[in-house]
Design a protein around this ligand. Structure first.
Ligand code: GAF
Length: 394
């Protein structure tokens, strides 16, 4: 699948530009085991890069012209590096321009380039195709023009691109996972210091299975930014009463509950979720280290409950998919994953039972919602990289 993606992207490049691409880069999507909506709340997260990729075929040249081609959309966009770089109407272009504009503003010397990209990451499924796009472009330009950026900086540039050119005030998790992914490992990321630890993602007799609800989410219209405002307000109230608190990780549930009146029902529940989720990730890491997968799975269900009832970022379709697995003994953990309002659930399922689960869920889901679901058996993969062997693939 990866080789086919590289082959097809390179062939498309050759067809359009009359020569093979000089370089090929791969940038993966991500999953997140636990730690949802806490990356922008100074929490800890446990994501991993997966074997679904955006592939970039690129050649640079001695002009200031750039041509971007989104193969899957059959769309192209041209710009000149000497012109002011501002957001445009085509959303996919903005993820890229946001990166280029930051590099330009930082005084990096860029040259013109032609780029074709294509993807095996399903769009709108909560697998962070946008972070893969931003980080893939940042990584490729850093490599091609020897800009000397660290991987951390590339992730931050990706995040910033989303803030300024797309308008989603996302945290750093997706970009970090895409760039720092390691085969067969999850990344425990401290979202305050950006310190990280890899843990073996070996769930013994359990496999990771993503169930795509086929309910498309877009964070912009879905209230992601509203959640951020709500918790920022909540934290400012907590800090006023508890001066020892700097971030949510300093808060206890008792502190939050003591401010019920002033926070009001909605903000109270948002803050409760955040405090609980930060705690759950700590426990989940311990459970993973102790190979207590049953406990890990219970924590996943706990996260889902909080996301659904307190943070209110789930949807009836995903709630159904998660609740249904509660009656299936071969599933030990399930929850909505990512920003929410649609997308995928992530499940820990006994190996060998995945297909039976997919069949059963598909039938029940179609009966209830009239929607066909998709399932992805993902593997944990390496982060953004230059693909060295592309010439041998064709
Ligand atoms: C989206 C965001 F982009 C991430 O930063 C993160 O907040 C996630 O939603 C929720 O955990 O994917």
């Amino acid at each position: 699948m990866k080789k086919k993606l590289i082959k097809d992207t390179s062939a498309h490049f050759a067809k359009l530009f009359g020569a093979e691409p000089e370089s090929v880069f791969l940038s993966p999507g991500r999953i997140n085991l636990i730690g949802e909506h806490v990356d922008y709340n100074d929490g800890f997260v446990l994501p991993a890069a997966i074997n679904k990729y955006l592939c970039f075929a690129i050649s640079v040249h001695d002009t200031t012209h750039c041509t971007l081609v989104a193969k899957d959309l059959n769309e192209a966009y041209k710009f000149d590096l000497n012109d002011p770089i501002v957001p445009v109407e085509k959303m996919w272009v903005n993820y890229i321009l946001g990166v280029v504009s930051q590099l330009k503003d930082a005084g990096h010397a860029l040259k013109g380039f032609d780029m074709v990209f294509s993807s095996t990451i399903p769009m709108g499924a909560g697998l962070s195709s946008s972070a893969a796009l931003e980080c893939g472009v940042g990584y490729a330009l850093n490599d091609l023009f020897s800009l000397g950026l660290t991987k951390e900086r590339i992730a931050q540039i990706g995040q910033q691109s989303e803030h300024t050119f797309v308008g989603v005030k996302c945290g750093i998790m997706d970009q970090f996972a895409s760039v720092f992914g390691k085969k067969k490992h999850v990344v425990e990321l401290d979202c305050t210091s950006l310190g990280y630890t890899y843990h073996k993602a070996d769930f013994d007799k359990y496999a990771l299975l993503l169930i795509d609800s086929n309910v498309k989410h877009t964070h912009l219209t879905s209230g992601y930014n509203v959640r951020r405002q709500e918790v920022e307000h909540g934290l400012s109230v907590i800090k006023k009463h508890f001066p020892q608190v700097n971030t949510f990780r300093d808060c206890t549930m008792e502190m939050v509950n003591s401010l019920e009146q002033e926070l009001g029902d909605v903000v109270l529940r948002r803050c409760r979720f955040v405090v609980g989720e930060i705690q759950r990730v700590r426990e989940a890491v311990d459970a993973l280290e102790a190979e207590n997968f049953i406990r890990f799975g219970q924590l996943m269900y706990g996260t889902h409950l909080g996301l659904s009832q307190d943070y209110e970022v789930s949807c009836p379709e995903i709630d159904f998919l998660v609740a249904y697995t509660g009656n299936i003994p071969q599933v030990i953990g399930s929850r909505m994953m990512g920003g929410g309002f649609g997308g995928c659930s992530i499940n820990l399922v006994e190996k060998g039972f995945e297909d039976a689960l997919i069949d059963e869920l598909s039938a029940e889901y179609a009966k209830t919602f009239g929607i066909t679901l998709k399932a992805y058996k993902v593997k944990i993969a390496k982060g953004t990289t230059r693909y060295k062997d592309h010439e041998n693939i064709r």
